[in-house]
Design a protein around this ligand. Structure first.
Ligand SMILES: Nc1ncnc2c1ncn2[C@@H]1O[C@H](COP(=O)(O)OP(=O)(O)OP(=O)(O)O)[C@@H](O)[C@H]1O
Ligand SMILES: [Mg+2]
Length: 172
């Protein structure tokens, strides 16, 4: 989809879009690693997709790209946000267990978004109203047991170069 197509789509908050097919969890991790290299700083990445679609696998790749041990990254079960310090810091949110959007704000999400590093939010669709307009949206959809269609939307010009480079790296 070209930028002109996106404009014709009527959603002016989308500046660029890439569609990538991941053929296995290693592909999804690689996508996360490349993303960590390409994202502007600070960056907010909203992850959308059903249970087991690969959101955490992608965050593990982001961690790897940030110089953080990817094995340390799990779905935050009791803690709603995990902070990982690396070459680049990573803040991992999971909105699955939040009772309300205001609970997300109470975590200090606004302050996290402004910090140097990457904020990655699983189940971001549950807290959409509380996300910054300047962000990258990634939706993962299972097509087979091993394949995922990954849609990456730049919601602001700051993310356009990243999306365009990813599309070239992962021609689907
Ligand atoms: N192409 C793929 N990319 C990512 N994961 C894949 C892929 N193919 C198969 N899988 C499997 O799908 C599962 C993804 O699990 P993961 O924890 O990343 O999902 P999730 O979206 O974070 O789920 P949850 O909503 O429960 O947090 C893993 O078991 C992984 O092995
Ligand atoms: Mg998860």
């Amino acid at each position: 989809m070209t930028r002109e197509d996106v404009a014709a789509f009527g959603d002016r908050s989308i500046a660029a879009e890439a569609v990538i097919v991941s053929h296995g969890e290693d592909d999804t991790r690689k996508l996360g690693r490349e993303l960590a290299r390409l994202l502007p700083d600070p960056a907010v990445v909203a992850l959308i997709g059903t249970l087991g679609s690969g959101k955490t696998r992608l965050v593990q790749g982001l961690a790897d790209g940030c110089g953080i041990d990817p094995r340390a990254v799990t779905s935050p079960t009791f803690v709603l946000v995990q902070e990982y310090l690396g070459k680049r810091n990573l803040y991992h949110f999971d909105a699955y267990r939040l009772k309300s959007g205001s609970e997300f704000v109470d975590l200090g999400s606004e302050e996290y978004f402004a910090r140097p590093g990457i904020c990655a939010i699983e189940w971001a669709d549950r807290v959409k109203e509380f996300l910054p307009e300047e962000r990258l949206d990634i939706s993962l959809q299972a097509t087979t047991a091993e394949s995922r269609t990954v849609r990456i939307l730049a919601r602001h010009g700051r993310y356009v170069a990243c999306v365009e480079t990813l599309q070239k790296l992962f021609l689907s």
